[in-house]
Design a protein around this ligand. Structure first.
Ligand SMILES: NC(=O)c1ccc[n+]([C@@H]2O[C@H](COP(=O)([O-])OP(=O)(O)OC[C@H]3O[C@@H](n4cnc5c(N)ncnc54)[C@H](O)[C@@H]3O)[C@@H](O)[C@H]2O)c1
Ligand SMILES: [Zn+2]
Ligand SMILES: [Zn+2]
Length: 416
């Protein structure tokens, strides 16, 4: 049954294990002499998912049942997923509220398998990227050009259920398994609110553009949409993981002349050159605060800084290293829930600006298709972010690689 659910429409034999709750069991039929693929819409689908049962313990590939999508929901077949540091924080649950058992994963690409009632702009077969923060299209934020903080679908790290009925769509032997960020992409099938899915160019290779579903769009947008460096300016990037390197890529595209990369992991520095980083600082190499080192290098501070570490001290340094008068610092890293940001108010009086962003201020449904097109038009390179590829059965190796700081993005293929 475990294997059968993986391609439910391939043969009648493969339909075993699918329970249909709202319609008759799927069967092959003929229309005008042609054999028509059976639909699995309305059925409970058994499939493989990587379940986190406990904080910090390896995920276990289990057979889960995925309920059909309810009103305004979509069930998608996940084709590729990758690991972002936010998955790691909530799996480790050190500085975050623990919620287990849970299916993590939020950076992915896939295909619509079925849609719930009321979903009119997505159809079976559409290629989609799920996003951890959504766009209902109607609230004040969705109506505002300045915000992507949708009232209905904005990121909620503590919710493990679907909005419409407060229940999960995942279960094992009838026991519910929690969702994560409304996406839970470490599963062959997942149910997502339609407002959290961006429909993309069907020609885009899903095994590459999946990384646009979180990290790369976030870093890119943090620079292009929020920090907005001017041509010839200096930009400091804290944290040279995939998000930080995407922020560096944004600075390069914006025409920054100096891009200063800051990271505690010296192995990042060589890689960062490919992303236009021109100078490097490892805070461990200095006996004075990194903001002081940067002020000395730049005659008073950088024009812009983008923090992509999640570390509170790096966040404070990112603000303290910008220039008086015009400096803008943008926080991107997800802090631990008890972290408190402290700085001297005089820094603000001295006309510096502190900002933060989720998903690089992109509106997921409206803006993400054009970020995919930036890749298709060769304005944005994605290959250099992809350092590893693994089959789904080896997902725990992807966690190890990120914990050790050895990977930027590891693409996990759900069909292997
Ligand atoms: N705001 C958003 O919408 C959003 C979206 C995606 C990811 N994130 C967050 O962005 C951050 C980066 O994600 P990632 O996937 O690139 O992670 P990553 O683990 O690949 O990279 C983080 C890098 O930061 C470095 N680092 C850690 N502490 C540091 C410090 N004190 N000073 C300098 N460097 C330090 C690490 O060595 C590492 O190279 C995470 O906090 C993640 O949760 C935020
Ligand atoms: Zn992410
Ligand atoms: Zn909205």
């Amino acid at each position: 049954m475990l294997r059968n659910c993986r391609r439910p429409w391939l043969s009648l034999g493969s339909l075993r294990g699918i329970r249909c709750v709202t319609r008759r069991a799927p069967s092959l039929r003929r229309e005008a002499g042609e054999l028509v693929k059976p639909t699995t819409a309305g059925c409970v689908l058994p499939c493989r998912a990587a379940v986190a049962w406990e904080a910090g313990k390896p995920l276990v590939i289990e057979q889960v049942e995925v309920a059909p999508p309810q009103a305004m929901e979509v069930r998608m077949k996940v084709k590729y997923t990758s690991l972002c540091h936010t998955d790691l924080y909530f799996w480790e649950a050190k500085g975050q509220t623990p919620l287990f058992p849970r299916i993590f994963g939020h950076e992915a690409a896939g295909v619509v398998e079925s849609v719930g009632e009321g979903v009119s702009d997505l159809a079976v077969g559409d290629h989609v990227l799920p996003v951890f923060t959504g766009e209902c299209g109607e609230c004040r934020h969705c109506q505002s050009e300045e915000s992507n903080m949708c009232d209905l679908l904005r990121i909620n790290t503590e919710r493990g259920v679907m909005l419409s009925d407060g229940k999960t769509r995942f279960s094992i032997n009838g026991s519910p398994i929690n969702h994560f960020l409304g996406t839970s992409t470490f599963s062959e099938y997942t149910v997502v609110h339609a407002g959290c899915l961006a429909k993309i160019n069907p020609l885009a290779p899903l095994d590459k553009v999946c990384i646009l579903s979180c990290g790369i769009s976030t870093g890119l947008g943090a620079t292009l949409n929020v920090a907005k460096p001017k041509q010839g300016s200096s930009v400091a990037i804290f944290g040279l993981g995939a998000v930080g390197l995407a922020a560096a890529e944004g600075a390069r595209i914006a025409g920054a002349s100096r891009i200063i990369g800051v990271d505690l992991n010296p192995n990042r520095f060589e890689e960062a050159k490919k992303f236009g980083v021109t100078e490097f600082i490892n805070p461990k190499d200095h006996d004075r605060p990194v903001e002081q080192v940067i002020a000395e290098m730049t005659n008073g501070g950088v024009d812009r800084s983008v923090e992509c570490t999640g570390n509170i001290n790096a966040m404070i340094s990112a603000f303290e290293c910008v220039h008086d008068g015009w400096g803008v610092a943008v926080l991107v890293g997800v802090p631990s829930k008890d972290a408190v940001f402290m700085t001297k108010p005089i820094n603000v009086l001295n006309e510096r600006t502190l900002k933060g962003t989720f998903f690089g201020n992109y509106k997921p449904r409206s803006d993400l298709p054009s970020v995919v097109d930036m890749y298709m038009n060769k304005k944005l390179e994605l290959d250099k972010f992809i350092t590893h590829r693994l089959p789904f059965s080896d997902i725990n190796k992807a966690f190890d690689l990120m914990v050790k700081g050895e990977s930027l993005r590891c693409i996990i293929s759900m069909e292997d």
